[in-house]
Design a binder for this molecule. Structure first.
Ligand code: NAD
Length: 496
């Protein structure tokens, strides 16, 4: 189905307690199409009052019909939601491409992956058990795995629908209820998701969707005394703010933050494969990915060869309109992000690094937040270009001599989300993987993100893990119950 572009789409109400409700302030968020720079959708904006309503609805649902469903029935609802996303994948992908600027070939894949994630956690819902613990005779000790409660899910703009599934899957499988705040830049697919939540048959209040600004709706969720847990994806500075607010009632937290991921190519690697994967790993999603391999370390003996391969491959990337099926990468999602990327490109030029490719607005794009894939060579690992998350298509290539030097430079950064290395030496693969300070290390591949694989950061890249069964544990409390059935009376410590 083609999407009409002349009149902005309207989502005038928030999704709270299973109903569509006008926002308290009456305000709307203008969502801008990053390819045309025009407002393409208007979305109801939640404030503190709306967040309060949504939290109340989520708390009510926690005690209501949702609590009485069997885990298998909860799983069936998640399954249904996944199937509905698959059914509507094409339309949802077009909407996401308009809102976020990602090309259709990516957003179609993201919809399918969102469904896959929900399906995985649908299967997990009735496989969450406690333990019996034989800690002494004449007692039955066991643990119950109980839902942590109301979850505030605060999301970024770079991969909206996938990340909703990363949060909703485990949270709902565990029996939690959710107040979901999409990013103000990309709120539209969350509104479509809310419609599918209703169609799937989730009881009212299990999922609530409150688009809004971070400092208003986001801050209200983080500080709300009836929210038990925050699951957040975004910048570490925002995570720090949320952590302070969450202290009010010692909320449980899991944070997925940024990265400046090292990708290391040793001289003995299959250079052809490494260069192909490294190019994709650096420029996918127009560089707007937390797991970007944006610091590429190349062993000096093969540095020039690899640089040539990178420039050749990155030079073939088709920058284009998001809805064009032949486009490889679209615009940046916002003017602010484009400006940030351009400032780092200028910094690289000012600091005298070798500009090997790109560095400007692509020809033929007068409007839209477009920028060319850009490669700087011989970058100093301590420079701001190599240390700070740009979130744009800018790759720093850094030469190294020894294995020890590569590991030291890879770890010399505040982040620790993803790392990759290419070698044919099995000993080195293990040695380096063990030493990298990173939540995910890939050898002879890059960033294998999958619903079965735990994902999350060391250091400033986050707290907790998403995906796999590790994510399930993030949404549970363990209650220990001890039943003493000894016939003999207990000794009385106060008897004498
Ligand atoms: P951001 O931190 O600016 O915003 C993320 C969310 O937080 C938004 O919904 C925003 O409205 C909200 N927010 C902002 N201020 C808030 C406050 N004071 N209190 C509560 N909520 C607040 O991040 P972004 O620019 O949307 O996303 C880009 C960042 O996300 C990058 O750093 C990227 O690396 C990271 N990211 C990480 C992962 C991961 O899995 N590790 C995945 C995607 C993106």
């Amino acid at each position: 189905m083609a999407i009409a572009v002349d009149v902005p789409r309207q989502y005038a109400q928030l999704f709270i307690g299973g109903s569509w409700i006008a926002p308290h302030s009456g305000r709307m968020i203008s969502s801008i199409d990053p390819a045309s720079e025009e407002v393409w959708a208007l979305v109801a904006e939640a404030d503190e009052v709306d967040v309060d309503r949504a939290v109340a609805a989520a708390r009510e649902a926690l005690r209501g019909p949702w609590a009485r469903l069997t885990p298998t029935a909860r799983g069936a609802l998640l399954h249904k939601l996944g199937a509905l996303i698959t059914r509507d994948a094409r339309t949802l992908a077009e909407i996401e491409s308009r809102d976020n600027g990602k090309p259709l070939r990516d957003t179609i894949g993201e919809m399918q992956r969102a469904a896959d994630w929900l399906t995985f956690y649908a299967g997990a819902a009735d496989k969450i058990y406690g333990e019996t613990i034989p800690y002494k005779p004449d007692a039955h000790a066991f643990t119950r795995r109980e839902p942590v409660g109301v979850v505030g899910a605060i999301l970024p703009w770079n991969s909206p629908m996938s990340l909703y599934a990363w949060k909703l899957g485990p949270a709902l499988a565990c029996g939690c209820t959710v107040v979901l705040k999409p990013a103000e830049l990309t709120p539209v697919s969350a509104m479509e998701l809310a419609k599918l939540v209703t169609e799937a048959g989730f009881p009212p209040g299990v999922v609530n969707v409150v688009p809004g600004y971070g400092h208003i709706a986001g801050a209200a969720i983080a500080a709300h005394p009836n929210v038990n847990k925050i699951t957040f994806t975004g910048e570490h500075r925002t995570a720090q703010e949320i952590m302070k607010s969450a202290a009010v009632n010692l909320k449980r937290i899991s944070f997925e933050c940024g990265g400046k991921s090292p990708h290391i190519i040793f001289a003995d690697a299959d250079l052809d494969r490494a260069a192909t994967v490294a190019t994709h790993g650096a420029f996918r999603s127009t560089g707007q990915s937390c797991s970007l391999g944006s610091r590429l370390f190349v062993q000096r003996a093969v540095y020039d060869v690899v640089v040539d391969m990178l420039v050749q491959r990155a030079g073939r990337i088709r920058v284009g309109m998001p809805l064009d099926p032949t486009t490889h990468i679209g615009p940046q999602t916002s003017a602010v992000q484009l400006d940030k990327t351009n400032r780092y490109i200028q910094l690289g030029k000012d600091e005298g690094y070798r500009l090997l490719l790109g560095g400007k607005r692509p020809a033929g794009f007068e409007r839209g937040y477009f920028v060319e894939p850009t490669i700087f060579g011989e970058v100093d690992n301590r420079s701001r270009l190599a240390q700070e998350e740009i979130f744009g298509p800018v790759l720093s290539v850094i030469p190294f001599d020894s294995e020890a030097e590569a590991v030291a430079m890879a770890n010399d950064v505040v982040y620790g989300l993803v790392a990759g290395l290419w070698t044919r030496d099995i000993g080195r693969a293990h040695r380096v993987a063990a030493q990298l300070e990173s939540g995910l290390v890939s050898v002879n591949t890059y960033r294998p993100v999958h619903w079965m694989l735990p994902y999350g950061g060391y250091k400033m890249s986050g707290i907790g893990r998403e995906n796999g069964f590790d994510a399930v544990n993030e949404y549970l409390e363990t209650k220990t119950v001890v039943i003493d059935y000894a016939e003999a009376p207990p000794p009385d410590p106060f008897a004498d």
